[in-house]
Design a protein around this ligand. Structure first.
Ligand code: FAD
Length: 319
């Protein structure tokens, strides 16, 4: 075993994701506790071009291959598991994303390591401990690892992505990349439909959630958005109902947005939603439940009925 921290590098279309930079920031602070180094393993198409984007790492382990397409759960996870087996890092970090969980589960099972998910914070000062989010953020659990090695799946926003972009380029090492008998193969990426508003480039977003209750009520929210010069965005249930197109979905399985103002109406603030909007400059939440987790990230909040809030704000904007 080493004192090192190993980071799984998530990347898509030739770019390292923000989630990876957040992992690197977490890894740097953990390395200062363990005295180890920060290693980043980057696997797949274009891997060797990404070393320059991994400034937070001391060593970059590159497995360049086109065999896996954009992402192959078996291929990426097998190669990464082999890295963990060979290097025996004290701490392995994966993002709590659909990619990260495919990889994290595989690494945990094949290396017989505990996997701690939904992590907001990991600490190595006195054994391995973590703070994890439960029940859509309503409860936090302090977790102690039984043993001196573990895999942690970090929630988006647990660290600053910018902090994980600093530092020079680490030493690059090439690692093995072949996996025999892949049972699944990558077919293609489905990009969101073109032609709709691009919510990722808006300054102001009005985001509606299940609290809007029915499709008919969306018009009222749209009027408010128009009055504010904003675009309408939504949580996943609104998209799943078919009330707005997928291009308006914010969150883990939708888009990541960072507008100047993000006004939520009837959104609870589940981790999967927060993942897509928590870096907005100003977050304003309207929710009738004072315990709603959205108030944990909001800069301004109003506890009350959104159907009182919308006409009141519309009136003031008219006046
Ligand atoms: C793998 C996976 C991926 C996911 N990806 C996403 C994603 O990309 N984006 C996403 O958003 N979710 C995603 N989810 C779903 C997520 O877990 C939540 O279920 C979802 O975000 C909840 O949406 P919501 O806040 O609109 O609804 P709810 O959680 O039902 O919250 C509704 C809120 O409205 C409030 N409310 C009700 N009536 C009123 C009123 N009249 N006035 C004011 N407030 C009111 C309630 O107090 C409540 O807090 C994903 C889940 C999984 C498992």
């Amino acid at each position: 075993m080493t004192n090192d921290i190993l980071v799984y590098v998530e990347h898509l279309n030739g770019a390292v994701t923000d989630a990876t930079h957040e992992l690197l920031a977490t890894a740097r602070s953990l390395a200062s506790q363990t005295g180890g180094s920060v290693d980043a393993a980057v696997i797949g198409t274009g891997a060797s071009n990404l070393a320059g984007a991994l400034g937070g790492a001391d060593r970059i382990l590159v497995a360049e291959t086109d065999d896996f397409g954009a992402f192959n759960p078996q291929g990426h996870a097998s190669v990464f598991s082999d890295v963990v087996a060979a290097r025996r890092p004290a701490i392995t970090l994966v993002p709590y994303t659909s990619v990260g969980m495919d990889v994290g589960n595989h690494v945990s099972v094949s290396n017989e390591l505990p996997l701690v998910s939904y992590c907001l914070k990991v600490d190595a000062a006195d054994g391995l401990t973590a703070t994890c989010q439960l029940y859509a953020g309503k409860i936090e659990a302090d977790v102690e690892v039984d043993g001196d090695r573990a895999v942690f799946a970090m929630l988006a926003g647990a660290a600053s992505a910018d902090d994980g972009r600093t530092g020079g380029v680490g030493a690059v090492e090439t690692i093995q990349e072949s996996v025999a008998d892949l049972a699944v193969s990558f077919v293609g990426l489905t990009e969101p439909e073109a032609g709709d508003v691009d919510i990722t480039s808006q300054d102001i977003l009005v985001a509606i959630g299940r609290g809007i209750e029915s499709e008919d009520n969306i018009e009222e929210a749209q009027e408010l958005a128009d009055a504010l010069g904003a675009a309408l965005a939504a949580s996943r249930p609104i998209i799943d109902q078919g009330w707005l197109p997928k291009t308006r979905q914010v969150g883990k399985s939708g888009l990541t947005v960072k507008p100047k103002v993000y006004l939520t109406l009837g959104i609870s603030g589940a981790p999967e939603h927060l993942e897509g909007m928590r870096d907005s400059s100003t977050i304003i939440a309207v929710n009738s439940d004072p315990q709603a987790p959205i108030f944990g990230v909001a800069h301004y909040g109003w506890v009350g009925d959104l159907f009182d809030f919308i006409p009141e704000l519309n009136d003031r904007l008219d006046g």
